[in-house]
Design a binder for this molecule. Structure first.
Ligand code: FAD
Ligand code: NAD
Length: 156
């Protein structure tokens, strides 16, 4: 099977979009990821899948912590930025919570310590034990990803 068939099929699975963030040697590093999942309630675990070639991969391995920022509809530009799809560099104002750099206007910020990791093919699954969660009081719409394109929830 060719890669395009696989990606096209996986693209039929509509997801939200996250930016995984961490701090390493005084610098903030972020990476757009839609391979994110809730795993366990007791203990509270989530998982993100990070490509072996991504610069983020060795960084999370070393820091042992990361935050998952669930993007709002209005944050498409941040998704593009942290996927390396913007030509220009952009300064991002991170908020700091318990040593985690987080994106302030995300729908939720999930702070994690790496619980375990598992190399699976050309990605590593990082399981995160959730240490804290920040969430907006007001309801916001999520940024969605479907068939390789950004989408939003249709208004009723
Ligand atoms: P880098 O090239 O190091 O960084 C990516 C970009 O983020 C760069 O342009 C950099 O300037 C910017 N950036 C980083 N830190 C900062 C900062 N502090 N301030 C401002 N800008 C900063 N890949 C996966 O492995 N797993 C996934 O689940 C996944 N899902 C994706 C979902 C979508 C919708 C998209 C578009 C891409 C996804 N990717 C995923 C691909 C991944 O986001 C890119 O390949 C990414 O560029 C690889 O990360 P890197 O660590 O090598 O990036
Ligand atoms: P696309 O058509 O490549 O993505 C559709 C779906 O395919 C994604 O939602 C994901 O489930 C899967 N996918 C894509 N690349 C993958 C990879 N390298 N490993 C595992 N699954 C993958 O969409 P696009 O707009 O062309 O994507 C933009 C860029 O972001 C591409 O370079 C793509 O490889 C990357 N991306 C990577 C992942 C990932 O590593 N898990 C996920 C999404 C997008």
């Amino acid at each position: 099977m060719d890669d395009r068939t696989f990606r096209n099929a996986m693209g039929k699975f509509a997801t939200g979009v996250t930016v995984v963030t961490t701090e390493f040697q005084g610098e903030v590093k972020g990476m757009t990821a839609n391979a994110f999942m809730s795993v366990s309630l007791n203990p509270k675990l989530v998982v993100v899948s990070i490509g072996e070639k991504a610069r983020m991969n060795p960084i999370v391995k070393q820091t042992g912590k990361f935050a998952v920022n669930i993007l709002a509809r209005e944050q498409e530009d941040l998704s593009r930025l942290f996927a390396g799809q913007l030509k220009e560099e952009k300064k991002v104002d991170f908020q700091w919570v318990d040593g985690h750099p987080i994106l302030p206007d995300a729908l939720a910020n999930i702070l994690c310590n790496v619980h375990s990791s598992y190399v699976a093919g050309d990605h590593t699954l990082y399981f995160g034990e959730v240490t804290d969660i920040l969430m907006k009081d007001e309801a916001g719409d999520p940024l969605l990803f479907f068939e390789g394109k950004y989408r939003s929830i249709a208004k009723e």
